[in-house]
Write a protein that binds this ligand. Structure first.
Ligand SMILES: C[S@@+](CC[C@H](N)C(=O)[O-])C[C@H]1O[C@@H](n2cnc3c(N)ncnc32)[C@H](O)[C@@H]1O
Length: 113
């Protein structure tokens, strides 16, 4: 089983509801506060952006966010949300990304444990 298999459409469609506690303001806001501070006037790269739990509110703070995501079904859920179309996403394996030189990305992975 790959990650893409695991986060296929049935799981992706239920992800937010199944993890509703992780979408509460008291969970999301402190994380977004820290990430917005770290990003400063730079950008953020989220590895495993999922349905945009962190990316969307971070983008709302004015931080340009790019995501890398294995699951097209998860990105479909992101795209269906307000502002979801404005976030650029690369479909692929973040563990296999190649370094192409210096960049000003602030990289974060927000996968909950
Ligand atoms: C538990 S979800 C978390 C999503 C989001 N970061 C959040 O906090 O709600 C993990 C996400 O990471 C993605 N993922 C797991 N391994 C990955 C990899 N190697 N490259 C890209 N995405 C990956 C999964 O497809 C899934 O959408």
């Amino acid at each position: 089983m790959t990650h893409d298999d695991y986060f296929e459409e049935p799981v992706a469609k239920r992800y937010d509801e199944a993890h509703a506690q992780l979408f509460q303001d008291d969970v999301v806001t402190p994380a977004v506060d820290v990430l917005a501070h770290l990003a400063g006037d730079g950008r953020a790269l989220e590895l495993g952006i999922g349905t945009g739990r962190i990316a969307l509110p971070l983008a709302d703070r004015g931080v340009p966010v790019h995501g890398i995501e294995l699951s097209t079904a998860m990105v479909d859920q992101l795209r269906a949300k307000p502002g979801g179309d404005a976030i650029s996403v690369t479909i692929g394996d973040s563990l296999r990304r190649e370094r192409t030189g210096r960049s000003r990305w602030h990289s974060c992975s927000t996968t909950p444990s």
